[in-house]
Every structure is written in structure tokens, then in C-alpha cells.
Design a binder for this molecule. Sequence first.
Ligand SMILES: Nc1ncnc2c1ncn2[C@@H]1O[C@H](COP(=O)(O)OP(=O)(O)OP(=O)(O)O)[C@@H](O)[C@H]1O
Ligand SMILES: [Mg+2]
Length: 403
Amino acid sequence: MAIDDHRPFREMLEERKIIICVGSGGVGKTTSSAVLGLQAATAGLKVLVLTIDPARRLANSLGIDAIGSERQKISMEQFEKVGLHPKGEMWAMMLDMKESFDRLVQRDAPDEETGREILENRFYHYFSTSVAGTQEYAASERLYDLYVEGEFDLIVLDTPPTTHALDFLEAPERMVDAVSSRALQWMYKPGVLSGTPRRGILSVGTSYVTRTLGKFTGGELLEELSTFLRTFSTLFEGFEQRARAVRELLASEETGFLVVTAPDTLTVEEALFFYDRLDGEELNVDGFIVNRVHPQWVGAEELDRRPSELADRLSALGRSAQLEESAQLDMEALAQGLRENAQQFQLRADQDAGSIVKMSEELPGELPIMCVPYFNEDIHSLDGLDVARRELFGEAAGADCAQ
Ligand SMILES: Nc1ncnc2c1ncn2[C@@H]1O[C@H](COP(=O)(O)OP(=O)(O)OP(=O)(O)O)[C@@H](O)[C@H]1O
Ligand SMILES: [Mg+2]
């Protein structure tokens, strides 16, 4: 069984240029991305962790608290403060999707003036923040640019919580569909709808819209729409070609996907769905991370002990702590409560182990599945990330969680 064999995860970091963490909301995608980054840096790579909306305290410890910030190198000083000495470099960047889209406009507009006109336009603002998939598209292009720049040995990409599975992945294609759809085309391409010969950029369609809607919404707004369509259409040509390049990169050997999941049955089901989708599109799935697994904590023989035995041990503890007789609790009741608590915990641990084994049976045998325990506090610092890193990459004692 491929559960907790750490080798493939280590090899993945060496072989891939891009690793993308996908999964349902809140399962630990951002945390896992940072942990993978830390491992890559520990192994001597120059790695960039591209995160989306990290929790504030984690962002602070990665040095990326400013939205839209550029890539930031985590200083050796920060690592050394918590006793870490990575051989490589860890960089982090907050991927601001809106800013990524603006950047794309600035880069691809035919001239500065047109670029500015687009950015200042209210329809552009709506398009770039509210139309499904546009931001994801811009983000995937940004990833592509960073990859092409070739500055990093590895880029780890965190993905946003998506209501629709894999929005991020589908974004390039959706974008191409959106810009090439008839609905949009007839507004900016001459003659598409009416079959009339070319008559300039805004043809019959748009002027009809302008005339009709103008009565209701005011000429100014429509003027702005015209400007948007005229200027924004200058960008469309490159979209299709670049979207194809992005898609090819995501499907190439350079890129690997990791599915992050929680161990409960429902989330595992979603994770298997993610896997099927990725695999169905012939993308490389390198493994699963099962995060927040309840560890096997108390052995069965402990749970089988009689409460009176536990009560005796608690009394002994009380005596050694020199508790006054009056301060002594009802040890029998306390022992009973503790035992019930441990049984509940054990039940969760057994359920988790069961659902991980079941999940592994639905996946190809060679696919690695790695577990990270449920820690008793959030992971928001470099040393917290390092504890998770040791679990994930096999340096922690007793890392196995599915037995
Ligand atoms: N193994 C763990 N044990 C305890 N806490 C954890 C563990 N993994 C992650 N967390 C905490 O759970 C919270 C959610 O994790 P994270 O932000 O990485 O999830 P996410 O999948 O990126 O969420 P979203 O879908 O909202 O982006 C964070 O506060 C994180 O510190
Ligand atoms: Mg996240």
C-alpha cells in the first residue's frame, strides 16, 4: 500500500517545476503549499510559494502581509530564529487575482494609453472581478509567466476554495470560450451578427444596443461600454494562444497535482471526485495529502483498563502534586470522564484510519497518500510548518497514521 511511503513525495519535488495543491475549502491547501515550499528549500531548491489568501498570521510569518505584494524572500534570519537552516531559498508571494488581470492588460494593450483606458473603465472593473473564471485565468497566466522567467527551481501553487471543482484549471478554456462566444463577438466584431461587410469595430450590434439601452441607463454609461468593448477587444487576440500554452504547461511533465483532503467521508468523496477529474484530463496527479488526521493516541489496552485502576493512578498523581485532601476531586468520576473522552477520540482515529484505507482502495496502488495529524493548534509560523513538514516527509517519529 502506498500510504506513508515518503520517497515519491521527495522525488516529486525534484522532478516537477510546478506543483499545484487542489482540494475542497478549508482542508489545508495553503498550509500544505507552504509546507511543500519549506521542504523544497530544506532540500536545497529555490522555491516560490504562490499563495492565495493565506491566514493573516501565516502570511506574516511568510513576510507577505501586503496584498498584491511582489515575491518576497524569507530571510535566513527568520528561519534561524526558529532553529531552521534550509540549504535552498524559500520565496513567497500572494497571488492577487485582480492585480494579475491588471498586469495582463498593461502588458498586452497595444499602447499605454489604451491600457490606461481599459483599467479606468467601469465595465473592465466588473469584468475582471465578477465574470466567472476571469481572475483564475489571469492567475494561471501569472503562473505561466513566472515559470517562463525560470528564476525558480520549483513553484508551488495554492488554489482558492472553489465551489466548482477545478475552476482554476478550467479557467483558460473558459476564457477562450467567453471571448470567442457569439454573445461577446457580436458586440465587438464587425458584421458577425448582421452578416454585413466590415464597418469598423463597433458594428450594427453595438449601436443597436447603445440606442436601445441608452434610453434606460444613460448615454454616459453606454459610452463607457463602447470604450470598453473597443479597447478590450484589442487584447482578445492573444488570449486563445496563451490559454492554450498555459493549458499545455499544466498538462505537461513539468506540472504535478496534489489533492489535499480531510479524512472524513464526505471530504474524501470530494477528493476522489477531484482525482477523477484530473486523471480524466490526463493531468499528473502525484499524490494525496490527508490533513488533520486524528492520530492513534491511546492504545487499546489503556482503554480496556477498569476505571478504578485509572482512579488509583490519578490519586497517586494528586498525592505527588501534594494536593490537599479537600482539593482532591472525585477520582472515580474523573477517571470515568477521561476514559469516555479517550474512547471518543479513539473512535475518530479509527474512523479516519478506516476512511483513508477505503480511499486508498479506490485509487491506483502506486499513488502515494501522506497523512498529517490534527495538531492541537493552527499552523501559522515557520516552526509550525516545520512540524508538519517532518510528518509529511518522514522525519517525525511515528508518522504513520493509517494503521
Ligand atoms: N494538520 C493541521 N492541524 C491543525 N490545524 C491545521 C492543520 N492543517 C491546517 N490547519 C489550520 O486549518 C486552517 C485552514 O487551513 P488552510 O488555510 O491551509 O486551508 P485551505 O484549504 O487553504 O483553506 P481555503 O479553502 O479557505 O483556502 C488554518 O488555520 C490552518 O492553520
Ligand atoms: Mg487557502
